[in-house]
Design a protein around this ligand. Structure first.
Ligand code: PEP
Ligand code: MG
Length: 574
């Protein structure tokens, strides 16, 4: 038994035999030719056919993974029309009197090397794309059949192992026969990884799978990011059980999938997901989230050993926006400090970090860090439906200052000719101060999102991470739920909307109360969505409103908990 770790492109568990997809050894021979004109014409015909094939792949991808995710094949078509690329091929044929296959291979290698050497991560990834299109043209020139499809007469299912998979190869994998795929190279941001996510196939990249694995039994654990080759009986049983549990969860999910999140009267409720990084998107799509209500952008900083550059951030935000294909994506600006410390920020020791130098306070104090993030966010806004949200707001002046900085960044981008959209702008309500002045804050923003994790901590004065007082941390404390109600009402008075992105939104009892209090959007871990969707679909809105009103009159957490328990029993038993 051998355990090999990889980077998670998409979660899930697969058990089965490995099938190695080795690319044919496309050794392209250099052959002298007499008639360069005829050879160029042969190249151009092959290029046209390759472009035609890519158009077919684009249409297939649009049907299977949506327009935004299919866009990579349009990029490939455009690459095949790139004059620099075409000139290089023609020039090599003419100047060296060589065959078109050799000229295309040389051009492909040169361009790939050039892209790979670029600083910009997006451009680096174009190296794989230019190789992909070059191989396609060479295959057409050599009049070989395209051979990636794993569908065979027997339709046996396999875990696909490969050095790397180009997007065009990934989209052609027959989902009926592919259990998972594992590649030795590739990044989680690559389009191949994005396609895997949208295709719901467990996938790991950058995994050091040995070469001689063809036909071996294996387990892919896309949740933990490991491949187990030749698992022993005990591991196999353990994973068969995990797979069954996952299947049961998927079944509940399937029953609800596609069905609207509406109460019995048909009132529509927005159920969004919280994410920390791109790899969480798989679960978001699987669980049918209507959007992203909280992207904790500080994870990008936590996972890095340096300040993430504008381009590094842009790549992540763009990927999320693209995968969500027009659905709302609320990205929270850096929320570092308190329990999230990062060495390279060089923060001083603080006696009381939860009340200290954190989140928007750092961003306003060090505007360069903040501006880099805002630039990346605004640039990425062109690729989807991004909203920007600021954490830990306590005062109106902070919101105004943030807006001022945002205007400066927009002016800079405009003067550089860099396009961006006018994004929705919101703040998190996490401090008692923000609750008390919610009416003023509502005038300044497009929306509120209540961070009930911190709000509970600050309203009750109970450290959310201190086990000794864990019993006192009560999100259904009357003071907390009354604070939430004040915020929702204040936003509605100004015609704005309010969501909750703290844990309370994904908790059945919390969600029941929030629904009755008139909350507009619920954002939670993707895995909680089916449960809350089920609750909402069984709820009667008028009844929940009345229940919330009554619960808000209660005096202790115990009473609120008991009251909501009974309410849930009533809902589920009818
Ligand atoms: C919150 O405080 O409720 C919240 C969503 O933010 P975090 O948990 O990241 O502090
Ligand atoms: Mg918080």
């Amino acid at each position: 038994m051998q355990n090999i770790t990889g980077k998670i492109a998409f979660g899930g568990i697969a058990i089965g035999k490995i099938k190695e997809i080795s690319k044919e050894n496309n050794v392209v021979r250099r052959v002298k030719i007499e008639d360069a004109k005829a050879e160029i014409a042969r190249f151009e015909a092959a290029r046209d056919q390759a472009a035609e094939e890519l158009k077919g792949l684009y249409d297939k991808a649009v049907k299977e993974v949506g327009e935004a995710n299919a866009a990579i094949f349009e990029v490939h078509q455009m690459m095949l029309e790139d004059e620099d690329y075409l000139d290089s091929v023609r020039n090599i044929i003419e100047a060296q009197s060589v065959n078109a296959e050799f000229a295309v291979a040389t051009t492909g290698d040169n361009f790939a090397r050039m892209f790979a050497d670029m600083d910009d991560d997006y451009m680096k990834e174009r190296a794989a794309d230019v190789k992909d299109i070059s191989e396609r043209v060479i295959r057409v020139l050599s009049q070989k059949e395209e051979k990636v499809n794993t569908s065979g007469a027997e339709k046996e299912k396999y875990i696909i192992a490969a050095d790397d998979l180009a997007p065009s190869e990934t989209i052609q994998l027959d989902r009926e026969t592919v259990l998972a795929f594992v590649t030795r190279h590739g990044s989680t941001n690559s389009h191949t990884a994005i396609l895997a996510r949208t295709m719901n196939i467990p996938a790991l990249v950058s995994t050091a799978v040995p070469k001689e694995v063809n036909g071996k039994m294996a387990i892919v654990d896309g949740f933990k990011g490991i491949v187990i080759i030749d698992p022993d009986e005990e591991t196999l049983r353990e994973y068969e059980k995990k797979q069954q549990d996952e299947k049961n969860r998927q079944e509940l999910l399937q029953q609800l999938k596609g069905k609207p999140t509406v109460t019995k009267e048909g009132k529509e409720i927005k159920l969004y997901a919280n994410i920390g990084e791109v790899k969480d998107l798989g679960a978001v799509l699987q669980n049918d989230a209507a959007g992203i209500g909280l992207f904790r952008s500080e994870f990008l900083y936590l996972q890095s050993d340096h300040f993430p550059t504008e381009d590094e951030q842009f790549q992540s935000y763009k990927t999320v926006a693209e995968v969500m294909a027009g659905k709302k994506v609320i990205i929270r600006t850096l929320d570092i400090g308190a329990d999230k410390q990062i060495d390279y920020f060089g923060l001083e020791h603080e006696d009381n970090p939860a009340l200290g130098y954190r989140a928007v306070r750092i961003c306003l104090d060090q505007p360069d860090i903040f501006k880099t993030q805002l630039r990346a966010l605004l640039r990425a806004s062109m690729f989807g439906n991004i909203s920007i949200m600021i954490p830990m707001i306590a005062s109106v002046w902070e919101v105004r200052k943030v807006k001022e900085i945002m205007e400066e960044v927009k002016a800079e981008l405009t003067s550089e000719g860099i396009p961006f959209k006018n994004v929705e702008f919101g703040i998190m309500i996490e401090t008692p101060a923000a609750v008390m002045i919610a009416d003023e804050l509502a005038k300044e923003v497009d929306f509120f999102s209540i961070g009930t994790n911190d709000l509970t901590q600050y309203v009750l004065g109970v450290d959310r991470g201190n086990e000794m007082i864990a019993d006192l941390y009560q999100p259904l404390h009357p003071s907390v739920i009354r604070a939430i109600k004040m915020v929702i009402d204040a936003s509605h008075k100004e015609g704005k909307w309010t969501g909750v992105c703290g844990e309370l939104a994904g908790d059945e009892k919390g969600a029941a109360l929030l629904l009755g209090m008139g909350l507009d959007e619920f954002s939670m871990s993707a895995g909680s969505i089916p449960t809350i969707k089920n609750l909402i679909r069984k709820s009667n809105y008028a009844e929940m409103q009345k229940a919330a009103e009554e619960a808000l009159e209660l005096q202790t957490s115990a009473e609120v908990n008991e009251y909501v328990d009974q309410l849930l029993n009533k809902i589920y038993s009818r």
